[in-house]
Design a protein. Structure first.
Length: 318
């Protein structure tokens, strides 16, 4: 049995699509997408299951979670492919594990890293991409542009944002069925994209005018009405702020936020996480240099909001 665990987002499902195309005996292939709030539960379930191969893609594991991978039976091979920021040395943890293989490359998103890793495996063999290769290349290029937020790339507004809209509108099962052979839009996709564009603009305008806290002193925007379909878009349409804290949803008593830093400087998500830890604010967090996710328990939300405001202010006024 081959199993795969990936992140519940566009990058995560595209990683699964790459694996599905590379695996010939698909009857023995099972995959699951997970949010970070459910990651620990899904990992615990995996430890009770049997498999020959486990693929982990586009997931930012904690040091303890990586250590747990090393306890798996030696007859189970594990491939861990990711692109996020880590504050520990993964290779040091797995150095004695002969059955764990990694590709950690922040230059590309999770799906493109997965595609390149699999392509390298097939270099000296007949390619397993077959007739789908051109469409899969296009899919991975588009996902990479979106996930790394490459706004200057012509694909960003033309294809990347609409494709992400389709993922959140369809859900992972329908999206997988429609795009498992690569990027190829049909009439339903085009019509849906146009409708989501209108919905986006209405939501952003209403959120900014009626459900946002604008702090001019810290140059930060706090958006308080959840809609995780469009959490990234405030930086595009309201670019005058340096920091964005966008409430995505509430899950298992945890407030989930998307954090964006719209500033060309050295302050990063890792700096923010460290500053929160220094203030004894408990958060579950991860991501990239300028964008990431944070989860805060409902009992700590007031302390979190006060702390993050102070951190932004200290940085702006430094």
């Amino acid at each position: 049995m081959i199993k795969a665990l990936s992140h519940w987002d566009l990058d995560g499902i595209a990683s699964i699509i790459n694996l599905w195309n590379a695996i010939k005996n698909r009857n023995n292939f099972e995959y699951k997408l997970t949010s970070y709030n459910n990651l620990e539960k899904n990992l615990n379930n995996l430890t009770k299951e049997k498999y020959q191969v486990l693929w982990v893609t586009d997931l930012n594991f904690s040091e303890e979670q990586i250590k747990n991978l090393t306890t798996k039976p030696k007859d189970s091979n594990i491939f861990y492919i990711d692109h996020h920021v880590y504050d520990y040395d993964i290779q040091d943890i797995i150095k004695d594990s002969k059955n764990i293989f990694t590709r950690i490359n922040r230059k590309y998103c999770g799906s493109l890293n997965t595609f390149l890793f699999l392509s390298n495996l097939s270099k000296n063999k007949k390619s397993f991409w077959n007739d789908n290769k051109e469409k899969l290349v296009e899919l991975n290029k588009i996902v990479n542009v979106y996930d790394l937020w490459q706004k200057e790339n012509p694909l960003f507004f033309d294809k990347a944002i609409p494709l992400n809209d389709l993922f959140w509108e369809y859900g992972f099962e329908k999206f997988f069925k429609k795009f498992r052979n690569g990027y190829d839009l049909d009439d339903e996709d085009i019509e849906t994209s146009e409708n989501k564009k209108k919905e986006r603009m209405e939501y952003l305008k209403d959120s900014y005018e009626n459900f946002s806290v604008k702090n001019e002193d810290t140059k930060s925007l706090f958006v308080l009405n959840p809609n995780k379909k469009f959490t990234n878009d405030f930086t595009l349409y309201y670019p005058d702020y340096e920091f964005y804290v966008i409430h995505k949803d509430i899950e298992n008593d945890m407030f989930n936020f998307s954090i964006r830093i719209n500033r060309d400087n050295e302050f990063t998500i890792s700096n923010l996480i460290m500053e929160l830890k220094n203030r004894n604010i408990e958060v579950s967090a991860g991501g990239h240099d300028k964008s990431g996710g944070m989860s805060v328990h409902k009992n700590n939300i007031d302390e979190f909001m006060d702390a993050i405001n102070n951190i932004f202010g200290e940085y702006i006024n430094a």
